[in-house]
Design a protein around this ligand. Sequence first.
Ligand SMILES: Nc1ncnc2c1ncn2[C@@H]1O[C@H](COP(=O)(O)OP(=O)(O)O)[C@@H](O)[C@H]1O
Ligand SMILES: [Mg+2]
Length: 274
Amino acid sequence: MLDAGHTQETLLEVNNIEVIYNHVILVLKGVSLTVPKGGITALLGGNGAGKTTTLKAISNLLHSERGEVTKGTIEYRGQRIQDLSPSDLVQRGVIQVMEGRHCFEHLTVEENLMTGAYTRKDGSAAVSADLEMVYSYFPRLKERRKSQAGYTSGGEQQMCAIGRALMSRPETILLDEPSMGLAPQLVEEIFTIVKNLNEKEGVSFLLAEQNTNVALRYAHYGYILESGRVVMDGPAKELSENPDVKEFYLGMSEEGRKSYRDVRSYRRRKRWLS
Ligand SMILES: Nc1ncnc2c1ncn2[C@@H]1O[C@H](COP(=O)(O)OP(=O)(O)O)[C@@H](O)[C@H]1O
Ligand SMILES: [Mg+2]
């Protein structure tokens, strides 16, 4: 499906965007990226690199943060989406799962999932079928369907947030830091589900992650952001074999494994800055 040589349909095209907060703080300094149909595209980078800002720029969620796209264009299926509200975007098939897995704590898991279907006009039978589809991917959610979301585990809340997004029947999910705060085994479980949704339901993903290691194992293509700029991009496999990525993002080098802290204090200039 994603072999070189096949022309892929482009869904999302971010072209050279600049984002400024509070009229003065320049955070994104010309970010460009492409999300093809049927792919998992990773947006990588450390804390503060601009991943969340990029996702919020795409889904038009910056206004409440006093942020503004001041340059560049964002298109979905060739049409500008910069002036659409988040619910217009959902109608076009794009939905964001926010960082920090926001569920409605006082609603049950199932009620949370059902809130994801509010924009749909295809009737309750289709919605019920999709609820079963979500439960088939997330059996844990089915077990916890009657539990108040606020009392479920962090992993279950992340699943609930993704499940709720699925209930809108999206073509593309913008997923912000799904691994945050979760134990490694749960992170693998969630990424495996993302991969299944991508392969079996055809959902395309733009996935923001600090956890480069896990993201590159599941994504097809990656972009690395540093201080609001894309410093490198390429097929996930190539990135994971790149010496700089290994050293600075995967905590490895030719001398063997290095901890993140060692890498930080290691002053060799990154090759992409020279
Ligand atoms: N509402 C805001 N107002 C001012 N600065 C912000 C705001 N939100 C984020 N920033 C700044 O923008 C930069 C990028 O943040 P963010 O997009 O959250 O990065 P990431 O998701 O990669 O951790 C950081 O320096 C952060 O402090
Ligand atoms: Mg973030």
